[in-house]
Design a protein around this ligand. Sequence first.
Ligand SMILES: [Zn+2]
Length: 170
Amino acid sequence: MKLFDFNKYFPDETACRKVFKEMRDREGVTCQHCGSHDVVWLESKQQYQCKHCRHRTTLRSGTVMHGSKLPFMYWFIAMHLLTATKKSISAAELQRQLGHKRYQPIWEMMHKLRSVMGKRDDKYTLKGNIELDEGFFSTETPDAQKQEKLKAGAGSQKNIFRLIQPFNRL
Ligand SMILES: [Zn+2]
């Protein structure tokens, strides 16, 4: 994907957030409390709510963005740079480009993106699209038990969400 296209499809935080939510909706949301897939989106809260136990899930929860306070746009920009360029970009360089004050959160973001992408290098051959796969949605919780519970209750965790190409539809 070219920089101009990236800017066109992801001009601001709202656009990034919207695309991310569409991707998550397509993947399916699993209640982390009871494992149900039956959720409703609460627009006013910007959260999903389980229809069974009413447990709420944020848009980022259970994805690679879990726990991050960085804007969605940072993640998309980082993803773009990691997939669209042949050369690697350092966290320090990205921090400079973004004009972000702190190094640590940028480093963590890059580290997480690299770790979910690392195993899937073969899928990241760019042919004009950003290709985001299930790595973007995989849970990064250190709690192994919780992971198991999630897997057991969630078909979505096993789904191969291989390529999401949101702009193909545009
Ligand atoms: Zn639930």
